[in-house]
Design a protein around this ligand. Sequence first.
Ligand code: GDP
Ligand code: IMO
Ligand code: MG
Length: 421
Amino acid sequence: MKLDVLLGLQWGDEGKGKVVDFLTPHYDVIARFQGGPNAGHSLEFNGVKHVLHIIPSGIFHPEKINIIGNGVVIDPIVFKKEIEALKAKKTDMKHLYISRKAHLILPTHRLLDAASEASKGKSKIGSTLKGIGPAYRDKTGRNGLRVGDLFTSDFRTRYRELLDQHLSLLKSYGDPPDYQKEEEEWFESLSVLRSFTAIDSEYAINQYLAGNKSILAEGAQGTMLDIDFGSYPFVTSSNTVCAGACTGLGVAPSRIGEVFGIVKAYCTRVGSGPFPTELLDATGELLRERGSEYGATTGRPRRCGWLDLPALKYSVMINGVTSLIMTKADVLSGFDRIKVCTHYKINGEVTDRIPFDVNAEITPVYKEMKGWRDDISCNASYDSLPAALKDYISFIEQETGVPFKIISVSPDREKTIIRSE
Ligand code: GDP
Ligand code: IMO
Ligand code: MG
């Protein structure tokens, strides 16, 4: 059996949560492989919207196994809140397992995140301030605390050692802020984390595959926020790309099956960094309002713009995408003309490559296409979609060389079109 991967091809918020929830009935196991509480994955069914941050988006299917992989960073306080919200909705979580090797976010990681951002002034990353960067830094610096450490007798001592390092680092930014109240809450929250089964998820996942169980790996963020391939330094701190599923779950590259790449019908970005097709005008505002483009984690307004093909082609290449999924096609309804960026103009030269320099002045070269005005949020079949939308889809397929298999036309689980062969 192979492991399928589902990931975002833009700057995050492509609709991963909705589509993972939709696809879960086809799988035995759903596994998150990277990121942490910086993610906000929304899904909707029976008229109720749910937002998940650390827990995989398969959790609303109680018979399925949900795993938080070793590549994820967990804030016990956020985890506890998420569990409590799910319990209040009577969600059955008896098959939720957590990797012993997943790293913990400490209260002081969040303080370090805030201090680092404040020190950057105008060039700040626009981090979600959830402590992601400092937690991954401790992981690669070989100082981190992991879920498995929670069950050892010297946990408090190791926590103290790391805390002392954090406090001296915080001093270099100025007077360290109070952390004691948060620390108390953090220690209280640990009991919830400990109440779930911690597993060697790499063994579990490979045993599931050997036993012919199907697995869907759920990515967080998007390729353009990847630590290696995104618009560095305006990125997150993990590998959001397909290879991240191998390191974040312990599966061999040869075990990867389908790679589902999710694309919003237009582009959005939260936080700082280059966004060549950003629309700072009334059209951008219209996309934001129609698409309810406000962050699921921070509530920040998302920057909006037209689809960026050079970025999409790059993401398809890096991830080896085998199937595309389009979300929010309904939000593009109502335009007479829509635009797609096919190339960038940089210093007078036309290219379809992503430049190394994040400060490069990019002028997008657009192809204009016919829009559509039909309300498609109730469409049940691919054939009944407006011809102009099908042309838009075909054009992206031609450019990327990858077929669209799913078109989402509403936040609701039911409003999802599977394209027949
Ligand atoms: P994720 O981080 O990739 O899971 O995406 P988010 O949940 O942060 O943001 C996607 C937003 O779009 C959420 O509010 C979803 O409910 C919503 N959404 C997902 N698919 C569709 C769609 O096809 N149409 C519309 N209108 N909204 C959608
Ligand atoms: P999902 O999984 C959109 C962005 C932040 C910031 C940068 C670094 O919901 O798609 P970090 O907190 O990771 O240090 O922030 O990355 N960012 C996201 N943007 N969706 C996300 O997750 C994001 N997670 C981080 O806005 O620009
Ligand atoms: Mg999101």
